[in-house]
Design a protein around this ligand. Structure first.
Ligand code: GDP
Length: 140
């Protein structure tokens, strides 16, 4: 299986509760390697652009408010089949549906404040990585 990259965000509910290390440990234990990482305060414009695909959804405004409510940690993760590997360790969007051992089962507060984002395809991973990182910021 090929080594690929995916994009991850540790969301404000997790940074607020000082869970950056705990979330990163679960990512690393799953076989993913952090090849870029930075803690940022997302602007409203960044959050609206990043979640543009959800613009028509009823929760869009709440999601943008949440994602700008505190710092986030944006990361590039590398590993075999990285997109699927990350989605597996993240768990279901709604923590009530998330499997044991997943990040969202362990840490998420709600369907919105669900601790992590992860790209859902290789194509979106490339787009999302480019949204937040310059090539020279990624050191594999
Ligand atoms: P993901 O790929 O598992 O993160 O899920 P989606 O792409 O469907 O949704 C993006 C993000 O929007 C989720 O991670 C949640 O933070 C938020 N979200 C999804 N569904 C809902 C919902 O029904 N209500 C609210 N308030 N937020 C939601």
């Amino acid at each position: 299986m090929a080594v690929t990259r995916t994009f991850s965000i540790i969301k404000p509910d997790a940074t607020r509760r000082n869970l950056t290390g705990a979330v990163t440990a679960k990512l690393e234990e799953s076989g993913l390697r952090v090849v870029a990482s930075k803690r940022i305060q997302m602007t409203k414009e960044q959050a609206e652009g990043f979640y543009g695909v959800h613009r028509e959804r009823p929760f869009f405004g709440d999601l943008v408010s949440f994602m700008t409510s505190g710092p986030v940690v944006v990361q590039v993760l590398e590993g075999e089949d990285a997109v699927k590997r990350n989605r597996d360790v993240m768990g279901a969007t709604n923590p009530a549906d998330a499997a044991e051992g997943t990040i969202r089962k362990a840490f998420a507060e709600s369907i919105e404040a669900n601790s992590v984002h992860g790209s859902d395809s290789d194509e979106n991973a490339r787009i999302e990585i480019d949204f937040f990182f310059k090539p020279e910021e990624i050191v594999g």
